[in-house]
Design a protein around this ligand. Structure first.
Ligand code: ADP
Ligand code: MG
Length: 242
């Protein structure tokens, strides 16, 4: 197995608050890895450091054999990490197709091939028939899938998904799970997902990291993690398990 992402002892402080406290994780090539934990646990901050939105205060991040901590978010995107945002950020003035073309132009410098890539991704995300609609007119499930499509169009080696199933109905969640499973199986895409929908975590992830107050309280295969007394006490017992 090849390690694609290696996060070692990474921390982030905001004034007095330790948002992420010496967290380590390794993600293998082709793996689906999940990060769970209560609101405020530091999950999004961890993503922000991996994706270069925030600099880490300590530790190191190695992606595809090279140190990436200290690089800017556009440089990290160029190296092959695509991410979605918990608060979806489509260009509302553009239509669905144009939003995805923007992602595709990262590695393609002519419109024809960018459009072809966008169409492939739109088909994978079940959005092809809605390509001419304005992004602002989409329903929440479609906006969530557009967010994934925009990230995927950049041809990432690693896709970071921040709560893309939050607020979805069970049938829409199942659709997302099927889409990620197919992407992982058919293209070998490596995925790290932050998710509260435990059904999706159990269905997709081969390993799970549990954060609480910024620190790891458990890490392992899903079946073991959900039985861990510390996880039940601080997370699963405290929040509704979907
Ligand atoms: N840009 C920021 N400035 C100050 N505090 C922040 C910032 N981003 C996150 N935090 C704080 O860091 C902690 C972890 O937040 P976050 O990573 O968003 O948690 P999660 O995604 O697990 O809900 C929270 O207490 C949050 O208020
Ligand atoms: Mg978050």
């Amino acid at each position: 197995m090849t390690t694609l992402l290696s996060v070692a002892g990474v921390s982030k402080r905001f004034r007095g608050l330790v948002a992420v406290d010496r967290v380590s994780l390794d993600v293998q090539q082709g793996e689906i890895f999940a990060v769970i934990g209560p609101n405020g646990a530091g999950k999004t901050t961890l993503f922000n450091m991996i994706a270069g939105a925030f600099a880490n205060d300590e530790g190191s991040i190695v992606f595809d054999g090279q140190r990436i901590d200290g690089l800017k978010s556009d440089q990290i995107c160029q190296r092959g990490i695509g991410r979605t945002f918990q608060i979806v950020k489509p260009f509302l003035g553009l239509n669905v197709e144009e939003n995805v073309v923007v992602g595709a132009l990262l590695r393609r410098h002519d419109m024809k091939s960018a459009l072809a890539r966008a169409h492939d991704v739109l088909r994978q995300l079940d959005l092809y028939d809605k390509r001419a609609q304005s992004a602002s007119a989409l329903t929440l499930p479609d906006r969530k899938r557009l967010e994934v499509a925009r990230a995927l169009a950049t041809d990432p080696k690693l896709l970071l998904l921040d709560e893309v199933m939050a607020g979805l109905r069970p049938t829409e969640t199942n659709r997302m799970v099927d889409i990620f499973r197919a992407l992982n199986r058919d293209t070998g895409l490596t995925i790290v997902l932050i998710e509260h929908v435990m059904r999706a975590v159990m269905a997709l992830a081969s390993r799970v990291l549990v954060l609480h107050h910024g620190a790891q309280i458990a890490q392992g295969v899903p079946a073991d993690v959900v039985r861990d007394p510390a996880v039940i006490k601080s997370y699963l017992g405290a929040e509704a398990v979907h």
